[in-house]
Design a protein around this ligand. Structure first.
Ligand code: NAD
Length: 255
């Protein structure tokens, strides 16, 4: 069956696009007709993702961009670069860039707390702000911003005070942005993945994975494609009446 080109003519910026969930989302969005701007903090991963996408056509141009999403100047430079490339602003944004710096809160360093908040929470803010500013300035409407939070936002996790704070912050911030940006026809939603098999979770010890599996009613770890499919729904007109929402994608795991 032919794939529906539900994102044809759209430009999607995907942060953290060089790995895991961001890469799977880039691949799915390209398959459905979007031009994809793959953003990562290093060139290698972003280029590998680009190489995995269907080849460019006149309608679809895919390009890698290197930027640290926690750095305001870098983010504004990136969004200007996207404008330069496509001659119009992106209307789809997936904020998947994220890091962990796990430690018990009794021992967590201030640096590790700040770094996780900077990349995960401030990075999401800066990207949403720069992309919405570009849309408003160009009077382009019909946006969809998708912010990747985590199940840890709502249930906490030992060793992740910094990460859970950053991901819970994304939920509140996304609801506020949904209210502020709806008058510009920009929707903002969060996705809360459970335990997804990606390079981020590859280093989790086998015995912890076994324990996690016992908590997942559907009985398997999630795959990056499971999150990508939810992002596709949120990016497409099928979700046109959904904003300020958060969607759990966790195999039924409830804490
Ligand atoms: P991943 O490590 O495979 O990918 C994250 C990507 O973000 C990497 O390519 C990395 O280089 C990039 N990145 C990190 N810091 C950056 C920065 N400052 N600027 C630009 N890019 C940066 O991880 P993943 O599992 O694909 O995670 C994607 C998102 O999903 C993250 O926000 C993560 O917190 C969230 N998440 C993942 C899981 C899971 O189980 N894998 C669960 C819940 C939420």
């Amino acid at each position: 069956m032919a794939t529906s080109k539900v994102l044809a003519g759209r430009i999607a910026v995907i942060t953290g696009g060089g790995s895991g969930i961001g890469r799977a989302t880039s691949q799915l969005f390209a398959k459905h007709g979007a031009s994809v701007a793959v953003v990562d903090r290093t060139q290698g991963g972003a280029d590998e993702t680009i190489a995995s996408l269907p080849s460019h056509t006149d309608e679809q141009i895919h390009k890698s961009f290197v930027a640290d999403v926690g750095d305001g100047d870098a983010v504004r430079g990136l969004v200007a670069g996207v404008m330069d490339t496509y001659k119009k602003p992106a209307t789809i944004l997936v904020n998947s860039a994220g890091i962990t710096r796990d430690q018990l809160m009794l021992k967590m360093s201030e640096e590790d707390f700040d770094e996780v908040i900077k990349v995960n929470l401030k990075g999401t803010f800066l990207m949403c702000q720069a992309v919405s500013q570009a849309m408003v300035k160009s009077k382009v409407t019909g946006g969809s911003f998708i912010n990747i939070s985590s199940i840890i936002a709502t249930m906490g996790n030992i060793g992740q005070a910094n990460y859970s704070a950053s991901k819970a912050g994304i939920l509140g911030m996304t609801m506020t942005m949904a209210k502020e940006l709806s008058r510009f026809d920009i929707r903002c939603n969060s996705v809360l993945p459970g335990f997804i098999s990606t390079p981020m979770t590859d280093r989790v010890p086998e015995k912890v994975i076994k324990m996690m599996l016992s908590l997942i009613p559907l009985g398997t770890l999630g795959q990056p494609e499971d999150i990508a499919e939810t992002c596709l729904f949120l990016a497409s007109p099928a979700s046109k009446y959904i904003t300020g929402a958060s969607i759990d994608v966790n195999g039924g795991m409830m804490g």
